[in-house]
Design a protein around this ligand. Structure first.
Ligand code: SAH
Ligand code: SF4
Length: 355
């Protein structure tokens, strides 16, 4: 017997062609899509507008799978972290960061990460594999299951209102699956999350930035973290391959497009490394040179066991933020959430021993 096809790996077009292949009319695919992505149903038997015979046929041919929750923790600030396991036993972490009446889910795109950024816990473990479309979409579905957010609510009343692709992995190194997954999540007949509410963060894989943004239409965040190549290469080995100038040019190219939006530059403040006022000035000059519509997101460093860096002190962070602000670049400091459960940015890992 051939393996059953996992439906959450398929685009709407692919799902339709699979339904036609088993001898059904195309409109059945639309019904199925709504059950899976609008109602969040995982059991074919619950699809009450499909005949019993069809439900059985679907069961024989297809699966609808969620990643398995192997552990979860909720921080004192209500940040929720899950350790999720896939069929082959590989694991990733996912985080939900609630605000008053909305919240962002931070999803992963790879098991481990090949970029090896020195400040990042994920980067300290080796790259294992890319996540499939189903494994990416499935993360958000698990979060929606947990908060009972089915059927898809209107934009105004969503508790899980945003997605940040800022978990484990470099999304642009798994671009085809990430694009397909985000297009499923933002499809108007299913989960229907607005593209404006999805932000994809990259360490700066310059040649893929424009393509990634054109294929997804989501918001772009770039992990810059340094005002020049010398410092950036010290903390991000990928900078030896894609230099700051190349990243800036790609960003400028993206902003020529008609649907482009503001770019967020993430800047991690590392004590004594990249946090002086001279560094801030250099950064301002860099941004001005490329005439980008941009804002900063200053990230306090989140330490993890065995890391080599320390967070900048509060006064330094404030001065850095003010310098950027005075130069016309909004530069809010990100409030670290979920630190007591190691759920903050850059702290995610998936060692099998940790559960
Ligand atoms: N790989 C992508 C997206 C995942 S990392 C990227 O690098 O952009 C998400 C964000 O967390 C990035 O801006 C990353 O630089 C930041 N980050 C990594 N380690 C961190 C740490 N220890 N403390 C705070 N932020 C960290
Ligand atoms: Fe990978 Fe992003 Fe971590 Fe760098 S910061 S190692 S690119 S996940």
């Amino acid at each position: 017997m051939t393996d059953k096809i996992e439906l959450t790996n398929l685009s709407k077009e692919e799902l339709t062609s699979e339904i036609v292949k088993i001898g059904e009319k195309a409109f059945r695919a639309k019904q199925l899509w709504q059950w899976i992505y609008f109602r969040g149903v995982t059991d074919f038997n619950e699809m009450s507008n499909l005949s019993l015979a069809l439900r059985q046929k679907l069961q024989e041919n297809f699966t609808i799978t969620r990643p398995k929750i192997v552990a979860e923790q909720i921080s004192i600030d209500k940040t929720h972290k899950w350790l999720l396991e896939f069929k082959d036993g590989e694991r990733v972490e996912m985080v939900y960061i609630p605000e008053k009446d909305r919240g962002a889910v931070c999803i992963s795109t790879q098991v481990g990460c090949a970029m090896g950024c020195r400040f990042c816990h994920t980067g300290s473990q080796k790259f294992t594999r890319n996540l499939s479309v189903s494994e990416i979409v499935g993360q958000f579905m698990v979060a929606r299951d947990a908060y009972g957010e089915w059927p898809s609510p209107t934009d105004e009343v969503r508790y899980l209102s945003n997605i940040v692709v800022m978990g484990m992995g470099e999304p642009l190194n798994n671009l085809d699956n990430v694009v397909k997954a985000l297009n499923i999540i933002t499809d108007s007949e299913g989960i229907a999350l607005s593209r404006r509410r999805v932000t994809m963060s990259t360490s700066g894989i310059a040649p893929r930035i424009v393509e990634a943004m054109q294929r997804t239409g989501v918001r772009l965040a770039v992990s810059l973290h340094a005002p020049n190549n010398t410092i950036r290469s010290q903390i991000m080995p990928i900078n030896d391959k894609f230099r700051i100038e190349e990243i800036m040019k790609a960003c400028a190219e993206y902003q020529k497009g008609e649907h482009s939006r503001y770019i967020t530059f993430e800047y991690l403040l590392l004590k004594g490394i990249n946090d002086s006022l001279d560094h801030a000035k250099e950064l301002i000059n860099l941004l001005k040179k490329y005439k980008l519509r941009a804002l900063f997101n200053l990230i306090p460093f989140n330490p993890w066991p065995g890391c080599d860096f320390a967070p900048s002190d509060k006064k330094t962070v404030e001065a850095f933020s003010k310098a950027l602000d005075d130069a016309g670049f909004a530069a809010p400091v990100r409030v670290a959430r979920g630190q007591d459960i190691l759920a903050a940015c850059g702290q995610l890992k998936s060692k099998k021993t940790q559960a």
